[in-house]
Design a protein around this ligand. Structure first.
Ligand SMILES: NC(=O)C1=CN([C@@H]2O[C@H](COP(=O)(O)OP(=O)(O)OC[C@H]3O[C@@H](n4cnc5c(N)ncnc54)[C@H](O)[C@@H]3O)[C@@H](O)[C@H]2O)C=CC1
Ligand SMILES: O=C(O)CCC(=O)C(=O)O
Length: 527
């Protein structure tokens, strides 16, 4: 039974799939302090949060069973991604579920700012019928500058077009084709800040976007410009914004997010030109249901070892690539595990070479899986698909991926070479259509092995009687041989035997095997 902790208020309807799952126990405990969370997190396989829970390195360290952390929303600023990745915990978000709500909120803020609705409302409910102080501006024929034309930015652009605004956008990843499709002008940051009557930001907060709008940008803006931030506090420098409003350069600002949340003694809140909401962009019934449904479904997939999407700390694999690489995951992991078990010495370098059908596919996910197979042999459950590259990097293990036109007669071939402080070993495998994975080469010896169960790899001299002695010794010790393969390079030279046996062979029997005449080494492998 998996245990999932929901530590922020999430839509009940949204998490229904989790609540209904027979293999999951869901505990809802909201408002926990960091210490309280640390106390209990060790029991849980997954943690689901919105934005209140701070998933700190200490929480992650205490979450020894955690396999996944789900964020019901887009921004994962409240989760320490480095700590999660190092601990091998998948972090997922729900990137699509609140797009429309946040775009609508941003547009509501643009309109409320243009028509000064919040201060007019305030005055009226305070008893004053003031029709002179709140003359607004139309959106019609104005220019809206959008910084960050991703999911939310694009939805804001569509709504602005419906209001007959000209839209100019800056986004380093924007292409002319996408700009044309959305009917927006493709601009630089300078173009946006100099040409816009309204500027709205829709980027994540990163080292590049931190203070992307600062004093220098305000100076370049049109007089009377209006500013909107429904993305993240810190994209706009609040101090510079304050000064630009007080100087009269900026006519008004609408803020849903702040550098410090909740804002404490923030002077912007005292300015009549500023309208604010307490981080409500995603606060609609629909958005909260959507994001909770999305993370719940993905958390279930992760817990059940099924394919999942929206991982924030894993590279995303496009569906067309996934379709092609998915059948190889088992082969790559087994090749990794096999080579780790036969190689002696400290790991130094891993080279994974793909050929045949795999030549034209993005195989990064398969290389990561191979690495996981290698490291899991040495580190156990502490190594997984999420943290394998970082574990390798921290241990100075160099990983390279290569493509080769040489497939050795196979339609597809994966060759893994492992260099250690003492030796270099190679194992190659293929996926046989309809038959599954096979190991087809070990250190240059041709072989045909189903990579599963208990195996013995024996290096011996190719002399009469060597094979028989091995068979007899195993038989005398009640070890049944299921299959046996022999490979040699030259008659009478070095050779290998690969036996699959029905049970694990005891260390004593392995030692005795190693002492037999003509036997050079014996390695037990479990796949
Ligand atoms: N106020 C609220 O309640 C909510 C806020 N958000 C925030 O809105 C922001 C945008 O969310 P989405 O549109 O879903 O994300 P997204 O990932 O779809 O779009 C972000 C865009 O920003 C662009 N970008 C990145 N660096 C940039 C830079 N240096 N200059 C210009 N553009 C840059 C990216 O290329 C991307 O197109 C995020 O910060 C998210 O956390 C999201 C939902 C609710
Ligand atoms: O959960 C919330 O309301 C915050 C939404 C948000 O900021 C996000 O999804 O990035």
């Amino acid at each position: 039974m998996f245990k999932v902790l929901v530590s922020d208020p999430l839509s009940e309807f949204g998490i229904q799939k989790l609540l209904d799952a027979k293999d999951v126990q869901v505990d809802r405990k909201t408002g926990l302090s960091e210490a309280e969370l640390i106390d209990i997190i060790g029991e849980y396989d997954a943690l689901l949060v919105r934005s209140q829970t701070k998933v700190t390195p200490a929480v992650i360290e205490a979450g020894t069973k955690l396999k996944a952390i789900g964020r019901a929303g887009v921004g994962v600023d409240n989760i320490d991604l480095t700590a999660a990745t190092n601990a091998g915990i998948v972090v997922i978000n729900a990137p699509d579920g609140n797009t429309i709500s946040t775009a609508e909120h941003s547009f509501a803020m643009i309109m409320a700012l243009a028509r000064r609705i919040p201060p007019a409302y305030k005055k009226l409910i305070e008893g004053e019928w003031d029709r002179k102080s709140f003359t607004g501006v139309e959106l019609n024929n104005k220019t809206l500058g959008i910084i960050g034309l991703g999911r939310i930015g694009a939805e804001v652009a569509k709504r602005a077009k419906a209001f007959n605004m000209t839209v100019i956008a800056y986004d380093p990843f924007l292409t002319q084709e996408r700009a044309d499709k959305l009917g927006v002008k493709f601009g630089t940051l300078d173009d946006v800040v100099t040409q816009a009557d309204f500027i709205t930001v829709h980027t994540p907060l990163t080292k590049d976007t931190k203070y992307i709008i600062n004093t220098k940008e305000f100076e370049k803006m049109k007089d009377g410009v209006r500013i909107v931030n429904c993305a993240r506090g810190g994209i706009i420098n609040e101090k510079a914004l304050y000064e630009a409003i007080v100087s009269g350069k900026v006519a008004g600002a609408a803020l849903d997010v702040f550098e410090q949340e909740p804002p404490v003694d923030n002077p912007l809140l005292k300015l009549p030109q500023v309208i604010v909401t307490p981080h409500l962009g995603a606060s609609t019934v629909e958005a909260q249901e959507n994001v909770a449904i999305d993370v719940s479904e993905e958390i279930l997939h992760i817990l059940r070892d099924e394919p999942f999407k929206n991982a924030v700390n894993l590279p995303s694999i496009p569906a067309n690539v996934m379709e092609k690489v998915k059948p190889y995951f088992e082969l790559n992991e087994k090749l990794g595990s096999f080579i780790a078990q036969i190689a002696v010495g400290g790991l130094k370098e891993v080279v994974v070479t793909y050929s045949g059908d795999l030549n034209d596919i993005d195989t990064a996910a398969l290389t990561r899986t191979t690495l996981k197979g290698i490291l899991a042999y040495h580190l156990g459950a502490a190594a997984n698909y999420v943290n394998a590259p970082i574990l390798a990097k921290n241990r100075d293990i160099h990983v390279t991926e290569q493509k080769s036109t040489y497939g050795g007669g196979f339609n597809n071939l994966v060759t893994v070479t492992l260099k250690t402080s003492q030796e270099e070993r190679t194992v190659a495998g293929t996926l046989l259509n309809g038959y599954g994975p096979r190991i087809v080469k070990i250190d240059g010896y041709s072989i045909d092995l189903v990579p599963q169960g208990n195996l013995l790899l024996v290096h011996h001299n190719d002399r009469p009687g060597a094979i028989g002695r091995v068979g007899t010794l195993l038989g005398n010790n009640d070890v049944n041989i299921a299959t046996m393969q022999v490979g040699r390079r030259d008659v009478g030279g070095q050779a290998i035997m690969l036996l699959s046996v029905d049970k694990e062979v005891s260390p004593d029997v392995l030692d005795t095997l190693g002492e037999l005449n003509e036997i050079k080494s014996v390695t037990q492998i479990e796949l």
